[in-house]
Design a protein around this ligand. Structure first.
Ligand code: PNS
Length: 207
């Protein structure tokens, strides 16, 4: 009909699942999720258990941090993956699994999972590359740097670094530390906030 010429009606809503341990979610993860929203109508971030890793944050905390990080993305929701990823994909009618690749090592780890998921259910995997400025960011390194008192606030979405430090029982970088403080100055000297929630980094956020 002439009045519909030029209007494209699509019957399917495409949904992709972006799974991971997200222990914790990083700016690299978030960049991949954002890119996935440009390709799929809906994106479900699936917070899963990886049998080969022991998580620092419990799954509820990982879901909450991912939800906060994705709050400005209206087509994204975050769920826990209670069992097999492919079962969630079937339940949601996902057309694809989306994972981020930083390099060849990631591909080597992801390819067997992609093949297994396709073997189990037929679901395809789509690999996206985050912006190069995030290529060095890994959840495991974020935890390791934070554990030793390093600055991680500019590697993760707002609020995540504090949650990681709380879980690790470490204080913010720059805060007076009981183990390295040798002068007679009290730890609670004016201006010295030792609480784990006191760190604020100028580079927080995603751009
Ligand atoms: O961020 P990760 O740890 O690389 O993600 C791996 C994850 C969690 C996506 C994978 O371990 C997974 O899918 N776990 C859910 C259980 C499952 O389906 N296992 C079979 C995977 S082939």
């Amino acid at each position: 009909m002439s009045h519909t010429v030029g209007v494209y009606y699509r019957e399917r809503v495409t949904l992709a699942v972006c799974p991971g341990s997200f222990d914790p979610i990083t700016l690299g993860h978030l960049d991949v999720v954002r890119r996935a929203t440009l390709l799929f109508d809906e994106v479900v971030v699936g917070v899963a258990r990886n049998a080969s890793k022991s998580a620092l944050l419990d799954v509820g905390a990982r879901v909450a941090l991912a939800e906060a990080a994705c709050a400005d993305l209206p087509t994204v929701r975050v769920v826990e993956v209670p069992g097999l990823l492919v079962d969630l994909c079937r339940e949601l009618g996902a057309v694809a699994v989306v994972k981020g690749l930083r390099g060849g090592a990631d591909y080597d780890a992801e390819q067997p999972m992609a093949l297994m998921n396709r073997h189990l259910s037929g679901v395809e995997s789509v690999f996206l590359t985050a912006a190069p400025r995030y290529a060095h960011i890994a959840s495991s390194m974020v935890k390791d740097v934070a554990r030793h008192g390093g600055q991680v606030d500019d590697l993760v979405p707002p609020g995540v670094a504090d949650a990681v430090r709380r879980a690790l029982g470490v204080t913010s970088p720059g805060a007076p530390s009981a183990t390295t403080h040798h002068s007679a100055t009290p730890l609670s000297a004016p201006g010295g906030d030792t609480s784990p929630g006191s760190a604020a980094h100028p580079n927080q956020g995603v751009s």
